[in-house]
Design a protein around this ligand. Structure first.
Ligand SMILES: Cc1ncc(COP(=O)(O)O)c(C=O)c1O
Length: 385
């Protein structure tokens, strides 16, 4: 849950500050407004990038990132077969062809599968870190070799790093989400980061009907060079984002501390195969993933956890939503998928997802809750044998 657990006085104070102006307008482009700008500047500085542009959701953010990077009709966009569907929807909305590929043992894009999926129409690769890093060196090398744009949809991975570098700063452009399940929570919101001025400008334009925001021009006279939509962030949401960003170090360090307090006590259980990492030191703390024998065992383990008052996060239920094989409503529009049996296209991903458990590790966990969770995992491991 991360930032959503800590919504409180600081967020309210930022909103009160907004309302303490002589004349309050909540529209980010009204003259004199500043919360969205301040949030973007602080976020860019936290990430160590030149530009950040905040928008109304993580879905909007990846849509803007893809549009800003120049993804368009007919382009193929390679991404992972395990993700929330938003990046796939965003590619489709731009007229591009989403190409999901199998994940590897780290639950991320398998570089070998990426390489195999490249065609002359491939334009970009969207790496989607799930609370930890994909094999970014390998993926970046593939992009460099084939002249592809590397985009990170880091919605789930704000604060995670790969070999010391923040996820979201390795590709050409990256997006984040601030919905209720993410590192920071603002109600609904997202942000795009990049060091590339042209991409930044195009992202900002796409998020506001193409408006180029030429200083001094009235909005009606503002020129446009490309189409867009309304993905603007309100000043109220930006104000909440400023307060949440102030809590990020605490959020990340507490969740990591909690994760290791649990993981260190269960790693010896040999019927739970802990998720391997490309770089565990940089992974976030808010999830703990392990693989069990098969789906039946995973469902049995999940039921055991539920009995003890603990839920799971995305796994093993990903097979019903966060998995390319059940996106027929979207993929069947493309020739390459129309007659395919989707469940046969990504078998390794399906097997891994349906036999794994993902635990949510909250920031606010007291000692007694940690003890109860550890006990539930140990008794679950004994039960499945
Ligand atoms: C990888 C990824 N991209 C995009 C999104 C969409 O974010 P939002 O819910 O803010 O639209 C999510 C949400 O879970 C996600 O996991």
């Amino acid at each position: 849950m991360a930032g959503a657990e800590l919504i409180g006085r600081e967020e309210l104070a930022e909103i009160q500050d907004l309302f303490s102006r002589e004349k309050t307008t909540l529209y980010r482009y009204a003259p004199g407004n500043y919360k969205a700008r301040e949030f973007e500047e602080k976020f860019a500085s936290y990430m160590g990038v030149k530009y950040a542009h905040a928008v109304s959701s993580g879905t909007a953010a990846i849509h803007c990132a893809l549009a800003g990077a120049g993804v368009g009709p007919g382009d193929e966009v390679i991404t992972t077969a395990w993700t929330f569907i938003a990046p796939v929807e965003a590619a489709a909305a731009l007229g591009a062809v989403p190409v999901p590929v199998e994940i590897d043992e780290t639950y991320h894009l398998d570089p070998n599968e990426v390489e195999k999926a490249i065609t002359p129409k491939t334009k970009a690769i969207v790496a989607i870190p799930m609370w930890a890093s994909p094999k970014m060196d390998e993926i970046k090398a593939i992009c460099d070799r084939h002249g592809l744009i590397l985009i990170e949809d880091a919605a789930q991975a704000l604060g995670a790093t790969y070999k010391g570098k923040k996820l979201g700063t390795i590709g050409k452009v990256a997006s984040f989400s601030f919905d209720a399940g993410k590192t920071l929570h603002v109600g609904e919101g997202g942000i795009i980061v990049t060091d590339d001025k042209d991409i930044y400008d195009r992202v900002a334009e796409f998020s506001d009907h193409g408006h180029m925001h030429v200083p001094g021009l009235p909005r009606g006279k503002d020129p446009r060079r490309a189409k867009g939509l309304n993905y603007r962030l309100s000043e109220v949401t930006a104000a909440i984002g400023i307060a949440q960003l102030g809590k990020i170090d605490y959020i990340l360090s507490k969740a990591r501390e909690n994760k290791y307090r649990i993981k260190d006590r269960i790693s010896h259980l040999d019927n739970l195969a802990m998720r391997p990492f490309a770089d565990e030191a940089g992974a976030q703390g808010d999830t703990l993933i392990f693989k069990l024998r098969d789906r039946q065992t995973a469902l049995q383990f999940e039921a055991h956890l539920t009995e003890h008052g603990f839920g799971t996060k995305i796994l093993p239920e990903a097979i019903d939503w966060h998995y390319a094989a059940i996106w027929g409503h979207l993929l069947k529009a493309y020739d390459r998928y129309r007659d395919a049996k989707l469940e046969e296209l990504w078998p390794r991903t399906g097997e891994l997802l349906q036999s794994s458990i993902c635990l949510n590790i909250p920031v606010l966990m007291d000692d007694a809750t940690i003890e109860r969770l550890v006990a539930a995992i140990i008794s679950g491991s004994e039960k499945i044998g």
